[in-house]
Design a protein around this ligand. Sequence first.
Ligand code: THU
Length: 160
Amino acid sequence: MSQKKLVVAWEEIKSVTDLIPIEAKLLKLAKSSLKNAYAPYSNFQVGAAILLENGAMIGGSNQENAAYPMCLCAERVALSAVASQHPKLIIKAMAITVKAPNQIIGQPAMPCGSCRQALCEKEYQQKQPIRLVIRGEEGPIYCFQSAKEILPFSFDASFL
Ligand code: THU
C-alpha cells in the first residue's frame, strides 16, 4: 500500500483591480450576465462569461424550471451558446460570479460537478485548458489554470 496526495493549485487575487484588464472585463460580463438569470425558485443568480481566442466574449446565466431537474447552470448555458454559435473557436477562459438572495457571498462559489465535467469535456475536445476566474459577490478571486484542476480523477473520452 502506498499513500498518495493530491495538490490543487490556484491563484488567489485580492481584488478586481489586481486582475489583468481582459479578465476584469470578463468578470464584469459575468456580473452583468447574472442579471439575466431566470431563478424564481432558488433566487440564486449565477453569471458566466467565456473568452474566445478571437477576443469575443459570450455570457450565460442560470435558467430554472418548475420541473427542478431541468434547471440549467450558467456555466453550461454559456458553454452551449459557444458550441452553437462559435463551434470552431477555442475557449481561453471562463469567469463566474454569483448573487444570493439572503447573504453576501464573500468567497468564490465553485461550479457544480456537472459543470466541471462539461468544462473538462470542452478542454478535452479543444486540447487546450480553460482558465477559470471565479468570484463570489465580493471578496477574493480564485484563478485556476485549467478546469481539470478542480475535477481531479476526471472521466473523459480516453477511457472509451
Ligand atoms: N447553479 C449554476 O448556475 N451553476 C453552478 O455551478 C451551481 C448552481 C445554479 C443552478 C440553480 O439555478 C441555482 O444555481 C441554485 O442551485
